[in-house]
Design a protein around this ligand. Structure first.
Ligand code: MTE
Ligand code: MO
Length: 218
């Protein structure tokens, strides 16, 4: 089994440490006027790829999505997932490493439609998303309730490429990209917050691009 690229992870973690004091509070105007969040650069010729040095290959018919924690346990296979109501969206997407893309045309199952199928216990307040590469990222249910949050499988009318997290990834476009887990494997409902992979390595716990919540003290 392949291992994450430790050097790459260390480099990003160190960057997060040196950047803690930048961003919010240094006299920039918040929120910045216009469509591009502060400190971001628009990329128009490509969609960059970010990962831990692993790009797991999960054929559609092997892909399983497990719901666990404070919800009735369920496992979705591709056919069941694909039979759920499908929505097409166009959103922007912003990565903490400063690239942004506009008008990503994506398709999948809205979080609102997905969660409506589950029996989530009232004590659940947060969710941990798990990827097939071992990646995790945490989100509050309040943030997931926002529009355009979805479990997606297509981009620009084609199946989501493996490098971008196919067969299925999360899409949480109002926050920095690290909150959108690729190669989605598990959705764990939690009674309180708990930091995920980058959140314990110096990334901000929330990750709002408009107020540049890039890095933070643990
Ligand atoms: N499973 C998994 N999901 C992940 C990551 C990862 O390493 N593993 N990287 C995150 C980061 S840091 C970003 S910016 C986005 C990038 O998505 P992209 O590679 O499709 O542009 O995926 C996020 N989701
Ligand atoms: Mo990122």
């Amino acid at each position: 089994m392949a291992e994450p690229n430790e050097k790459l992870i260390d480099a990003k973690q160190n960057l997060a440490k040196t950047r803690v004091l930048q961003g919010k509070g240094l006299g920039r105007e918040y929120p910045a006027p216009g469509r591009l969040p502060p400190g971001q650069k628009l990329v128009t010729d490509s969609w960059p790829v970010l990962d831990l040095g692993l790009q797991p290959e999960i054929p559609q018919d092997m892909w399983l999505l497990k719901v666990s924690g404070l919800a009735t346990e369920r496992t979705f296979k591709w056919e069941e997932f694909n039979a759920l109501p499908q929505t097409e969206l166009i959103t922007d997407f912003h990565c903490v490493t400063t690239w942004s893309i506009y008008d990503a045309n994506i398709k999948g199952v809205l979080w609102a439609d997905f969660i409506a199928l589950l029996k989530v216990k009232p004590e659940a307040t947060h969710v941990m998303f798990h990827g097939y590469d071992g990646y995790t990222t945490n989100l509050p249910l309040t943030e997931l309730a926002k529009p355009d949050v979805a479990l997606i499988h297509s981009f620009a009318g084609k199946p989501l490429e493996r490098v971008h997290g196919g067969p299925v990834r999360m899409w949480v476009p109002q926050l920095y990209g690290w909150k959108s887990a690729k190669w989605l494997k598990g959705i764990e409902f939690m009674p309180k917050d708990k930091r995920g992979f980058w959140e314990v390595r110096g990334y901000h716990n929330h990750g709002d691009p408009w107020t540049e919540q890039r890095y933070s003290q643990p």
